[in-house]
Design a binder for this molecule. Structure first.
Ligand SMILES: Nc1ncnc2c1ncn2[C@@H]1O[C@H](COP(=O)(O)OP(=O)(O)OP(=O)(O)O)[C@@H](O)[C@H]1O
Length: 242
């Protein structure tokens, strides 16, 4: 993979006459995890979709630039909140779909290895309708990781997982994506505190940056600085609502 790329988004957005967010500035540092938290409906997914070039219906006045000045579109992977799995394809074929759409067979062994790491080895020949919500979410995560893109946009990628699985998948994603630049939207302060190297809170007043824990990411689940940061984040989320 080429050198990590940074991204800066500056601007404001609205749907028809309804303002979504006023002038804001979001910076993704190259090769780092940036976490974005905020209440439901505040505009987090719209920011991901704007960066992905998929924000139909949104009027955006501003700029979204990569640090190397090159276009973003063919260098990013986007995992949406809904899994968007193809119902007629098996788990393995869903994971290889990006490569297949580009006219290659894809790396089947690598996909199988990844699915095994995601605890899906027993499900590779199943169709999505035969999977649980958490299993489907892990297939969607595998499909995103298989793309091995420089920029990875993740919208609540672990939200359907149980606590043990969630913590392990956070570690797996951090290892797999160590050379990528990541923007993670999450409702979970603990997740942001484990993974975030930059942490933004989004509220009606705009974006504010919260100091991440001093320890390096990905932090242990009982890391004291991580737990303190989790508490700070939750407090600020609650204060932003009052
Ligand atoms: N196509 C659309 N047309 C009009 N309004 C929209 C459209 N899509 C989203 N919105 C509105 O824009 C706002 C921001 O939506 P967005 O999905 O970005 O929020 P979010 O912060 O990601 O929420 P959540 O945490 O619930 O996923 C919401 O109020 C939503 O109702």
């Amino acid at each position: 993979m080429a050198n990590p790329i940074g991204i800066s988004l500056t601007g404001k957005a609205h749907f028809d006459a309804v303002p979504l967010f006023d002038q804001l500035e979001l910076t993704l540092k190259p090769g780092e995890w940036t976490c974005l938290l905020g209440p439901s409906g505040i505009g987090k997914t719209t920011i991901l979709r704007l960066i992905a070039g998929l924000a139909a219906g949104v009027t955006f006045e501003g700029s979204i630039d990569a640090t190397d000045g090159q276009p973003l579109s063919d260098r990013l992977a986007y995992m949406a909140q809904t899994d968007l799995l193809m119902p007629w394809a098996t788990v393995l074929d869903n994971v290889l779909i990006g490569a297949r759409l580009r006219g290659s067979n894809g790396d089947k062994d690598k996909a199988q290895d990844l699915l095994a790491k995601l605890e899906l080895a027993d499900h590779i020949s199943k169709k999505p309708s035969a999977l649980s919500g958490g299993q489907r979410q892990r297939v969607a995560l595998a499909r995103t990781l298989m793309e091995e893109r420089s920029i990875v946009l993740l919208d609540e990628p672990f939200s359907a997982l149980d606590a043990r699985m969630r913590s392990e998948m956070q570690e797996l994603a951090a290892e797999w994506l160590q050379h990528s630049t990541i923007l993670l939207v999450t409702h979970d302060p603990a997740e942001a505190a484990r993974l975030g190297e930059t942490i933004y809170l989004m509220s009606e007043k705009g974006l504010s940056e919260v100091e991440p824990p001093a320890s390096p990411a990905v932090r242990a689940v009982d890391d004291e600085a991580m737990l303190a940061c989790q508490g700070r984040l939750l407090k600020q989320l609650r204060e932003a609502r009052s």
